[in-house]
Design a protein around this ligand. Structure first.
Ligand code: PHE
Ligand code: ZN
Length: 850
């Protein structure tokens, strides 16, 4: 059980562990209720440690026996583990413990999913398997013996001896315990091979439940593409003879990079045209790449402690986004990354959960697998690369791999590598890791004589625990255009290092038009006092694809704000500009589909709140819908053509071009449905032979208040497929009218296929509830109560997923007094629950600001 008074862990308190480990041998005797784990660990005093305390983490373990150098010893139970008297010399620790994987619903440690054994050890789950110094700076080679009747028995590294009822594995690369993995079950594999650039042949497998074999080919190709890309772009080769991926239905996160044995949420690896949308395919590809890339950035070089999480995650997210940009469209990837950053990281950084990319304290590390650590962490790497340049970035990365291979490293190590490789002082840049909050960058322009001057200032509002901020170094990419639309200055990087600074561009006979923060060169909020004529000009002429899109987004944003605040009609100039863009056949369909999008309702809430207004969720919803209707009207003549011309013939391919066309055709369909009442959508539903088309058609129908029949047919067709049924659950909630959202979600929890033990299904319902903005924030408060009820129910079973889902409430202070009071009541009700987990306790306390 969790302790009553949670303790806070601080980065500044780091000390090395008293011992080093030369070798670990583990034997597992598998049994659902009584698995025995035998460990034999060779310890030796750590010359760098001052404290000789022999403490091993352990949680929910039954200790059967403990020996040091063959003799039974006394152990003392202490908070979070055990202590023993150990020699100040090398010794062998042997222990036998018992654990119960079948009753492990937290999905951390060794647990069972559909009769299959699997593990999840990051961040601190290994301590639920055996007593061990469960911290990433303790690394060792592992030998594993699995005894069980399951046909497939897997662990990390290379296979050793195996026979009836057992298998042995040896991982020669020393690793921290969080990268340990074990899988045992009735699995089938999709095999392949990859030959590395130095000519070593690697066996590859994707292991799935019988019946899922047909959904592995795409993931396998993504794996091979990732292996090749990491060789070509980062010079990194794979280092074992075998690489296994296993698909698991019950998993708290997306996937896990265990050495040589990645374990995936089945939703992030299985893909087939009939069951997966284009977005699913792209996500599978990106996550396979992400976990594979961790082999170097995370596994070969790991983190000294969990405060350094962004060392592996920020860098690996950056690497997977480079990969996607390379094999798909770089422009589209940049825009979708920024949409995601603004939707998930900005609200976090601007609310009660704001924390630095490298946090300085935590109660439960699982609560820090956040958009800030991952996505903002990746933005920091991107800025670093922008500041030092591509060549220096490459040199620095080579030095990083060279210098730190086999290390458990820190952010200081990472920055030192860049300083040594480039001669640049990164003291100021380091503030990006320690200061929380999103900087606001304000740009003012002046033109005098032939000189354009940009006066740029930065300010970061206070965040929890950080009232004062020092100026950061912010790379601001700027280009200049002539009034006729020609570019007169290519993109340059301005380095903003002061609170206020001016940059001059002489030699312009006519006043040039700046395009600022091209490519979204820094994760900031840009405040630029420019009018809609300027935005329309940039939308038409900017050579930077990101800023072109951004100009359209700003026009849409402005139109929506005026509709909400002033009851204005949808902006005609914006609709006109959109029409021109949709006619432009030279623009990539995926890019045009992005142009058709508009700011989300929660983004509008953030803006209104910042501007001192009290957002009204229903009014925001109505304005968003009205703008969509207006787009449908304005584009009425074009929509049939956009729809017809972007149909993809021939066998389904998830490649970027085909997917881009389907995205545009489906965006057109969704608008078209507002005009034809669903005729085209019903037709598409009837003809659809892939999930991208089927789901988009169903979604359009439900949006139009139709589609009852199709919804029932869909359920019948897909009731055997968990991942497709997740879509069925979520879609109904997302397409419900705001007044019906909570009732729809409540009704679905009564469906026989609803289970709160499966995180995907729980998220399908409650993630959709939280994301249906106007429904979640409906004035009845019903959705708040429903979510809180279920979080309270889930917490004793699965604290990690419960705690993560609490973030649905993080923006509560943006709303009116009644809504704030309603949410506060629910948060306090959660907090008052007896035996609340440390995870949920920490999250709710932080959200409340308590
Ligand atoms: N390390 C995993 C990843 O980013 C995420 C993860 C964290 C998975 C914790 C499980 C538990 O790739
Ligand atoms: Zn990761």
């Amino acid at each position: 059980m969790r302790d009553a008074a949670p303790t806070t862990i601080y980065l500044k308190d780091y000390t090395p562990f008293a011992y080093l480990i030369d070798e670990v041998s583990l034997t597992f005797r598998l049994d659902p209720e009584k698995t025995r784990v035998l460990s034999r660990i060779a310890f030796r005093p750590n010359p760098d440690a001052t404290d000789r305390r022999f403490f091993l983490h352990g949680e929910d373990l039954t200790l059967i026996s403990a020996k040091i150098d063959g003799k039974d010893i006394e152990t003392r139970t202490v908070d979070g583990g055990i202590e023993a008297d150990a020699p100040d010399a090398p010794f062998i620790w042997e222990a036998e413990v018992e654990i119960a994987p079948a009753s492990n619903t937290a999905l951390e440690g060794l647990y069972m999913s559909n009769g299959m054994y699997c593990t999840q050890c990051e961040a601190e789950g290994f301590r639920k398997i055996t007593y061990y110094p469960d911290r990433p700076d303790v690394m060792a080679p592992f030998h594993v013996r699995i005894e069980g009747t399951e046909p497939v028995l897997l662990s990390n590294g290379n296979p050793g001896t195996s026979g009836a009822g057992f298998a042995e594995w040896h991982d020669p690369w020393k690793k921290p315990a969080y990268l340990f993995a074990l899988v045992a079950g009735d699995l089938v594999n999709h095999p392949d091979t990859f030959t590395t650039k130095s000519g070593r042949k690697v066996d590859l497998n994707i292991w799935v439940r019988p019946g899922d074999e047909g959904k592995c080919a795409f993931g396998m190709q993504a794996l091979k593409d990732s292996m090749k890309w990491d060789e070509d772009v980062y010079g990194r080769e794979y280092d074992l003879d075998l690489f296994n991926i296993v698909a698991v239905d019950d998993f708290n996160m997306g996937a896990m990079e265990n050495k040589g044995l990645n374990i995936f949420n089945s939703s992030c690896v299985l893909a087939s045209p009939e069951t997966s949308t284009d977005a699913n395919f792209e996500r599978v590809e990106a996550i396979i790449a992400h976990e594979y890339f961790h082999n170097w950035t995370g596994n070969r070089i790991t983190c000294r402690d969990w405060f350094q999480l962004c060392l592996k995650e920020g860098l690996t997210v950056f690497r997977d986004s480079q990969f996607t940009a390379d094999i798909r469209s770089a422009e589209v990837k940049r825009i979708t990354d920024v949409i995601d950053l603004r939707a998930r990281q900005f609200p976090e950084d601007q609310g009660p959960l704001s924390h630095p990319v490298r946090p300085e304290s935590f109660q439960e590390i699982n609560n820090f697998y956040t958009a800030t650590v991952y996505e903002k962490g990746a933005e920091l790497i991107r800025m670093l690369k922008t500041l030092v340049g591509d060549d220096a970035y490459k040199r620095a990365l080579d030095l990083y791999f060279d210098r730190h291979d086999g290390d458990a490293a820190t952010i200081e190590d990472w920055l030192k590598v860049f300083e040594d490789a480039t001669g640049r002082d990164l003291t100021q840049f380091a503030r990006w890791y320690s200061q929380s909050g999103t900087p606001r960058v304000t740009v003012r322009e002046a033109f005098e004589g032939d000189t354009l001057t940009l006066h740029i200032s930065q300010m970061t509002p206070p965040t929890p625990g950080q009232d004062e901020k020092d100026p950061r170094v912010i790379p601001i990419a700027v280009g200049l255009l002539n009034p006729n639309g020609d570019e007169v200055m290519e993109t340059q990087i301005l380095e903003l290092t002061e609170a206020e600074q001016s940059f001059s561009f002489p030699g312009h006979a006519t006043r040039p038009i700046p395009s600022v923060l091209r490519g979204f060169s820094a994760p900031v909020v840009l405040e630029q006092d420019i009018d809609n004529a300027r935005r329309a000009f940039l939308l038409a002429h900017d050579t930077d694809a990101f800023n072109r899109w951004e100009s359209g987004r700003m026009l849409a944003r402005d139109a929506l704000l005026r509709m909400i605040l002033e009851d204005a009609a949808p902006d005609a100039a914006y609709l006109e500009a959109l029409t021109t863009l949709m006619r432009d056949e030279t623009l990539d369909p995926a890019y045009r589909a992005l142009m058709l999008g508009q700011p989300t309702q929660s983004e509008l809430v953030g803006l209104l709140h910042e501007q001192g207004h009290t957002p009204d969720p229903q009014a925001i919803h109505d304005a968003s819908e009205a703008l969509r209707d207006a787009k449908a009207q304005a584009l009425a003549d074009l929509l049939p053509g956009l729809y017809a011309n972007n149909q993809v013939d021939g066998p389904f391919s998830p490649d970027a071009d085909a997917a881009g066309k389907r995205t545009l055709a489906n965006a057109a369909l969704s608008l078209l449905t507002r005009l034809d009442g669903g005729t085209a959508a019903a037709n598409q539903y009837a003809m659809a032979d892939n999930m991208t088309l089927q789901l988009a058609a169903l979604s359009a129908l439900l949006d139009a208040g139709k589609g009852e029949e199709q919804l029932a047919a869909f359920e019948k067709q897909w009731s055997h497929d968990r991942l497709v049924m997740d879509k069925w659950f979520g879609l109904q909630i997302m397409q419900a009218a705001p007044k019906d959202t909570a009732a729809t979600a409540a009704r679905l929890t009564d469906h026989p296929d609803f289970s709160m033990k499966n995180p995907n299904r729980f998220r399908a319902v409650f993630g959709a509830l939280a994301m249906s903005h106007a429904g979640f924030h409906h004035e009845s408060g019903a959705a708040y109560t429903l979510l809180a009820d279920w979080l309270i129910r889930l917490d004793p079973l699965n604290p990690q997923t419960t705690a993560r889902m609490c973030s649905a409430f993080q923006t509560w202070r943006r709303y009116d007094a009644d809504r704030q009071a309603a949410i506060k009541t629910e948060l306090e009700r959660i907090l008052a629950t007896p035996n609340l987990s440390r995870d949920t306790n920490e999250m709710v306390s932080r959200i409340l600001g308590a």
